[in-house]
Structures are given as C-alpha cells and as structure tokens.
Design a protein around this ligand. Sequence first.
Ligand SMILES: O=C(O)CCC(=O)C(=O)O
Length: 249
Amino acid sequence: MFLSQEHKWNYERDGYVLLTDVFSPLEVKLMIRAVESGERVAQTTHGSADASGKKARLALWHELGDDIWAAASTSPRIVNAVRILLGEEAAFFHGKVMLKEARSGGAWEWHQDYGYWYDQGFLFPRLISAFAALDTATIENGCLQVLRGSHHLGRLDHGRVGQQTGADAHRMELIESTLDRVYVEMKPGSVLFFHSNLLHSSAPNNSPHHRRSFIMCYNALANPQLGERKTSEQRPVPVGADECILQFA
Ligand SMILES: O=C(O)CCC(=O)C(=O)O
C-alpha cells in the first residue's frame, strides 16, 4: 500500500482520506468470521441508544491482545499510514467493531471523536481513526457521513444525545449549512483515515444489508493523557508482518 504526498495534503485539507483495497477479500472474510463467532466481540458488545432510542451496537477494547484484531491494528499498512498522517509516532488507543446490523442498527449523532476523548484527558487532538469497511457501506445501509474540513473548527462543545455524545445542535445547524457533507460509501477492505476533530455521523440501518466495520484508533505517543487510568498505551504501537492476519485462516 502506498500513501502519497497528495493523500497527506488531502488529509490535512479535508480531515480524512479514503484508501481502497487495504485489506484483501480473504482478510475481510476472516474478520467477518471473528465478528460472528469470535470471543472478543462476543465479550465486549454493548449498545448505545441514539436520539430516537434505537441501539447502535458496538464492541470496544483498549488492549491490543493477540488475535486477528491485534494483527489488523498492528499491520504495517495501517500503522505506517497512521504515522505519516499524524506526522509522529503513534500508540494504540482502542479497537472497536461497529455492528450496524440489517434493519436494526441505530444512528450515530454528529460528533467529533475528540468530543468524547477530550473528557478522557487527552491534551491535544492528535488522535486518528482508521475505519475499515467489512461490508459494503452505502447511503442505504447507513454509511459514515463526514463534514469536509470540519477538523479545522477546533473542538466543539458536546452534550448528551440519547446515550451518545453529540455536538452542540444549535452550532451544528450553521456548520451543516456551511460545509460539504460527504457520504463515505465504501467497499469491503477500504479504510477511511480521519482526524479526531472531523465531524461525522451515520443514519440508522433500515436496509436488509449489514454495515459492519472495524475502527482502529491511535494517539500520538507524545500526546499526554491526564489522570491515573491510561486508556491509551504508553509505547509505540508494535508493527507486525504484512501477512499476520492470514495466520487466522
Ligand atoms: O460506525 C459509525 O457509523 C459511526 C462510528 C463513529 O462515529 C465513531 O466510531 O466515532
């Protein structure tokens, strides 16, 4: 996989960059198997109600562990892109599988990830997410929506929306009418890298097709976290061999 200077400029201008074919069809198939029958997802799944009360289900962990999720999170294809886009050494923060299931997956309200993570004590918004599509993501099944360039706004005030954290609704009206909304339709195996201050949301999945994804989140190693409990690792994210995911075949 090759990340060009243009990708980096696009990331800086827009707050995100989409790379296709990062994971192969076989690697995606193995991850889907781990979603459907793996221990980690089964043990860590919980729901977070959206504004209408519909559950957006996800499985989330902070430990890298030793399974297919760790292999993907330490893949050089992801880690090297993360380091280039962050512009510095990265530490693993957390992994999560978003289970936006057919006909039931709830919405995610407009938010910046740093709206959540500021409250976890991260000093700077020097964090990044790598969102890997496991199913085809379309407007119909609730693909991610982003507001292009919104990471330049800085951190907005957030409050409770259902059981989620959402950006200030009054300010969102003006922001939505000012910035371009992009529906990020994705093929399985594509990865969207996005800045922690990029505003994003997704609609409920009322379609007959699942829209599952795996999101790998990283903090800049030199970005301090307040408090006793460190949710981000305090060491550089290890880098595995390129073929590591295939050992789970
Ligand atoms: O999966 C989605 O649709 C939204 C994910 C998201 O907003 C997040 O992980 O911060």
